[in-house]
Design a protein around this ligand. Sequence first.
Ligand code: ADP
Ligand code: MG
Length: 378
Amino acid sequence: MEMEDHIKSEFSKRFGSEGTLYASAGRINLIGEHTDYNGGFVFPGAIDKVIMADIKPNGTDKVRVYSIDIDDYVEFGLKETDVPEQQWAKYIFGVCREIIKRGGKVEGFDAVFAGNVPLGAGLSSSAALESVFAFALNDLFNENSIDKFELARIGQSTEHNYCGVKCGIMDQFASVFGKKDHLMRLDCRSMEFEYFPFHPEGHRLVLVDSAVKHELVGSPYNRRRESCERVAAKLGHQTLRDATMEELDSIKSEITAEDYMRARYVIGEKQRVLDVCDALVKGDYETVGKRMYETHEGLSKDYEVSCEELDFLNDIAKECGVTGSRIMGGGFGGCTINLVKDDLYDNFVKTATEKFEAKYGHAPKIYDVIISDGAHKC
Ligand code: ADP
Ligand code: MG
C-alpha cells in the first residue's frame, strides 16, 4: 500500500475519523561541510524521502500518536513535565513544547505517521519528523503565523532541549524550506539564503552508505573547531569565513602544521561552494563534480575526518568515472554523495557494492535521491 493510504487507513482505524495529511523531507548537502561553525555556507536540498503525518485536533489536552514504522503508540500531555519516555515521541513532544514556549498555541491532537527517510543514515530523519509536526501544528493551531525560519528553529531547539543533540540549523532549514529542483545556499553567518536551480539532466544523485560509524577517542570535532578559532583569531577575524588563502599563507610559519591544514580546508570549502553555485547557474555539472572530489580530498587529507571505508568508496567512484563524489556529513563514517551519469549508474552501484562487501564484509546501502519539496500540506 502507498504510504499515504496506509497512514490514512491507520488513522481512521484508531481514531475513527479523518485527519489532515502533511509531509516533510530528509535532506542531502551537496557541498559545504564543516563550514557552519566557521560562518560559511552550506548547500542542502530536501529529498524525495519524507515523513508523512495525518493529524487532527481532538478537543482534549492530550496528544495521542501512533508511529507506524516503530509500531508504538504514546499519549502525553502538553506540560513541560509530561515528557514521554520513548525517544521517537520526544521529537514530537519537543516540537509542541517549543511552540508553546514561543507563545504559540498547541492543544491536544491525534496523529499517525510513517516515513521512508532512512534512520540515522545522515539524511536527517529527525529533522523531517520535527518539521512535519512543526509545520502541521502551525497550520492547525496558529493560522500559519509562525514564520518558516522559526519552524526550523523549533526543530533545532527540540533536538537541543529534548533529544540531547546539539545540532546546527541546516537540517531543519532544509526540511522546511526545500523546493523541488532547487538547492539552497544558506549563509550560516547572516542566515540569508538563496535558491539555485538543480537540473542534473543525464545525472543521478546516489548516496552510498558505508553503514560504519567510527567512535573516536577524545573530541575530534571540538579539536577542529578550536584550530579554526585559533587561526581566525590570529588573523583578527571573527571566523574563517572572512579569511583568505593569502592571509593564511602569510602566517603559515607562525601556526602549527595542523592548524594550517584545517584552515586551508575551510577557506577552500567556502570558495568551492561559491564555485558550485556559479556552475549550477551555467548547468556545468562537470565543475560541480570536480569540486565535490576536491571537497573529499580536503576532508580526507587536510581536515582528516574521513576513514578507510569512505576513502575506498571515493576511489571506486573515481575508477568508475563518476562525475563527483565526496563524504557527506561530519565524517568518520556514514555516506558518500555521488553525482553519476545515467549510463554509468548501474556499473557504479554494482562495483561499489561488490568491492565494498568483499573488503568489509557487509554491503553498503544505496539511496537514490531526487531534490524535492520540503514541508507541505499534502
Ligand atoms: P538522522 O540522521 O536520521 O536524523 P537521528 O538519530 O538524528 O538520525 O534521528 C533518528 C531518530 O528519529 C530515530 O531514532 C527516531 O527516534 C526518530 N525517527 C526518525 N524517523 C522516524 C520514523 N519514521 N518513525 C519514528 N521515529 C522516527
Ligand atoms: Mg538527526
